[in-house]
Design a protein around this ligand. Structure first.
Ligand code: NDP
Length: 458
């Protein structure tokens, strides 16, 4: 398995990786995501190097079909005009309409949008459903804003975005900072401006207006379905394991719910300020109340459970990772776990990592886990349950139908089992052992590249 450039034998791959670095030198997250994928593709590229080179397939794969960047002006509660920057990266639609979430967070920039859009192409291919890859968002920070301000921002954002999306073109959803409230305001404005009830244009909608049961739970539940399959395939089980989960947003909350249902004990969760540790097992009802209802901070958990501990983050490793656990689920943001943190976790006896977030582990951390026989469920595969269920929401919208919770949840479970089987099959074919990250990349790449080849040079 290649982990760095000087182990790569394919000249074509080397050239493409160099090109990515030169052309995108101010986009570190995108370079990181693209390099990780390309290095893992060597066995496939080497087998057919000339064909890939002649069709410039990799150069086409790493260049978004389109990037839209736009001004988002809005007026705050004090009557002051604010200006944010909006993005939509339409990366690859060879297997279906662009599909991927919107992120509202002050750190959003073109590099982060491109890394997320690139990963989305592979994730969506793994679901087996007809969806291409895209991503969008803004550097707007919903934290501390009134509902009215969030609504005004969403309306202004959609005034521009609506020119570029549609149920057969590009279908955004939620991501960090974009939940049910934001999707509602965005959908309302789309409907008003376009004068059409095109329910399939956005997913993650409220149940009253075209949303799907089990969409809210899907990413977290899907992560645990994948984790269960991965552990079972390696003669391990979830039952009785101690779990820590970074983040306390949508993915983290429902990963916690499913992990507990499966018999694990979740002992810690976090937000960007710090983490709570409850050795008796986290009471998720309190977390939901704090995060979903009050939009509060995780340390408020101590108001409900005074015996729990709170640790505030400083500039070092996020405090949650100092707590010993069997299973670690990073469900917050990218590059949360670097090599030093990985070493710390391995030293503390971790047996499995489940990437609920996108690219939460640096490439060096990933390699370290694999070298130390820690099972790693890669984000592109393990957190695909959200987008898969978004595609099921689109199906229900097209059919003018709505399915019950168990129907959607059991389809989600089957999809996640199937994704793990694809990883297992690629691992066997290419002799990758427990390197499910390379297996997921190869499996998705074969599907995407075949679709691109069939459609000619476009
Ligand atoms: P939410 O906005 O619901 O929650 C995000 C959580 O992560 C919050 O607890 C937040 O803490 C924390 N967080 C965010 N940014 C940072 C940061 N820079 N440093 C530390 N903590 C941070 O987002 P989601 O749960 O929807 O998304 C979480 C991750 O999962 C993201 O990587 C996303 O791309 C990925 N994902 C989400 C899917 C979905 O269906 N929602 C699908 C697939 C992947 P705080 O409140 O303090 O900011």
């Amino acid at each position: 398995m290649n982990t760095c450039m000087n182990e790569v034998k394919s000249e074509y791959l080397k050239e493409v990786i160099e090109k990515i670095k030169n052309k995108n030198s101010f986009e570190p997250e995108f370079i990181q995501a693209a390099e990780e994928v390309l290095l893992s593709l060597e066995p496939v590229i080497a087998a057919n190097e000339e064909e890939y080179r002649d069709s410039a397939l990799l150069e086409r794969l790493i260049e978004p079909e389109r990037i839209i960047s736009f001004r988002v002006p809005w007026v705050d509660d004090n009557g002051k005009v604010q200006v944010n920057r909006g993005y939509r990266v339409q990366f690859n639609a060879s297997i279906g309409p662009y599909k991927g979430g919107l992120r509202f967070h002050p750190t959003v920039n073109q590099s982060i949008m491109k890394f997320l859009g690139f990963e989305q192409i592979f994730k969506n291919a793994l679901t087996g459903l007809p969806i291409g890859g895209g991503k969008g968002g803004s550097d707007f920070d919903p934290k501390g804003k009134s509902d009215l301000e969030v609504m005004k921002f969403c309306q202004s954002f959609m005034n521009e975005l609506q020119k570029h999306i549609g149920q057969d073109t590009d279908v955004p959803a939620g991501d960090i900072g974009v939940g049910a409230r934001e999707i509602g305001y965005l959908f309302g404005q789309f409907r008003k401006v376009r004068n059409t009830y095109e329910a399939g244009v956005l997913t993650g909608k409220g149940l009253e207006y075209g949303g799907s049961l089990a969409r809210k739970e899907a990413t977290g539940y899907g992560l645990m379905y994948f984790m269960r399959e991965m552990l079972n395939a390696n003669n391990l089980s979830i039952e009785g394991k101690r779990v820590i989960i970074s983040g306390s947003g949508n993915v983290a909350i429902y990963a916690c719910e499913k992990a507990s249902q499966m018999g694990a004990k979740v002992i810690a969760m976090s937000d960007s300020n710090g983490c709570i540790y409850d050795e008796n097992g986290i009471n998720l009802d309190y977390i939901k109340e704090i995060k979903e209802v009050k939009r509060g901070r995780i340390k408020e958990y101590l108001n409900y459970v005074p015996s729990a501990k709170y640790m505030e983050n400083d500039y070092g490793m996020p405090k949650i990772y100092t707590i010993p656990a069997d299973i670690v689920l990073p469900c917050a943001t990218q590059n949360d776990i670097n090599l030093d943190t990985a070493k710390y976790l391995v030293n503390n006896g971790v047996i499995a990592i489940g990437e609920g977030a996108n690219m939460p582990c640096s490439n060096e951390a990933v390699q370290y886990f694999i070298q130390n026989n820690v099972l790693l469920a890669p984000g592109k595969a393990a957190n695909a349950g959200g987008v898969a269920t978004s595609a099921l929401e689109m199906s229900q919208n097209s059919l003018r139908d709505s399915w019950d919770f168990d129907t959607v949840d059991s389809r989600l479970e089957k999809i996640m089992i199937n994704i793990f089987k694809q990883c297992q099959a690629a691992s066997k074919t290419y002799n990758l052992g427990i390197n499910y990250i390379s297996a997921a990349n190869i499996s998705a790449f074969l599907k995407i590249s075949n679709a691109m080849k069939a459609q000619g040079v476009i």
